[in-house]
Write a protein that binds this ligand. Sequence first.
Ligand code: AMP
Ligand code: MG
Length: 412
Amino acid sequence: MTLLSVAQARERILSSFQPVTTETLPLTGCSNRVLAQDIVAANDLPPFDNSSMDGFAVRATDVLDATTASPRRLRVVADIPAGSQPTISLAPGESARIMTGAPMPEGADAVVPVEDTDFNDRDAGTPAPHEVQIFKAVKAGANRRPRGMDILAGNVVLHKGRLLKPQDLGLLAMLGFAAVLVYRKPRLALFSSGDELLEVDAPLEEGKIRDSNSYTLAASIEEAGAEVIRLGVAKDNHDSVKALLEKAVDLHVDLILSSAGVSVGAFDFVKQVIETNGKMEFWRVNMRPGKPLAFGEYGKIPFIGLPGNPVSAFVGFEVFVRPALQRLGGSFSGGRQTVRVRCEEQIDSDGRESYLRAQVREDAERGYFVARLTGHQGSGNLHSLVQANALLIIPAGVKCVPAGQEVNAWLI
Ligand code: AMP
Ligand code: MG
């Protein structure tokens, strides 16, 4: 078996993935999808000069020395609600009542908020006054949002490969994109393997355990923005594994993911099955947990075999499968967020690149993040993973991290 570093294994896996095809979707279906086109603004935003306050549009020079004690009196020559199109032009001594978002009239260069005037009636339907007293000076440009202050026509505002967030959809709507080109969701076929595995609703039997990996992994796949087709559990025999692999081929998935059956002693028949219709390599990766890993293809579809221990399967997904899904999905973002954290206690490691379950919290007084391991780090102990909110990454070659030292952590 080949011994690889984590980076080498990841590189080998990533190099065999290309982004999936694209599809045009209505904006309502684009949340959490990956953009497959650059978005160029066709118009300025805002599209016209407008008021950022309810008040009175004025010429700033008219109200230069307005105070409460000595207000400036202006004639009100127009009423401009949002959505209207003013036709007037302000002459010296004139103003217009204006609402937030309404276009600025010709001649006006600032807005005096209604609070700084003698007109305080803001009830809907109240007609504009004939005159208004201004209590406070404003600078030219005050409370006015000039056309294009946010975005200029022709600017690329969202780049291909961006994972679309709610606010991005708002911006696309502002710019009139009713539909956009996105990558289709990668589709994965997932199965577990092992004669000891029971369905989740089966009563426990001697020597058997319930299949948990397919639940953890299916949820991880969906959270990573892909579709999962659950194929169930393969028994530890040739025919059972082959049947599930053939089903995956019929479904034309982008990736086949399995757990278990890749450790020494277990792999022989999986290898045999796969090699009848593809190829497969077994690797030992210099990491903890999750040393054994299988990678290959079956019926031209990439195949990743994660180790069976529940924490190894989870970590293997984070380290290898999530980046592969990112590449498949055309995304340049979406990986785990990395933070620097200080270890609250000494951490011993065995020199492999280690992904340790930890609880990270912010030490508000000191202004940095601290981390503490959550419990037994055995690869079968799912509870300590559930209690963790981060994976601490101890680099290869490090055998001891003294208390107080900083390491990277992925927030999970
Ligand atoms: P294996 O990789 O087949 O040697 O399995 C390693 C360990 O993971 C064994 O203790 C298995 O019982 C356990 N295991 C394998 N598959 C699953 C699964 N789907 N859910 C929970 N534990 C599993
Ligand atoms: Mg097994």
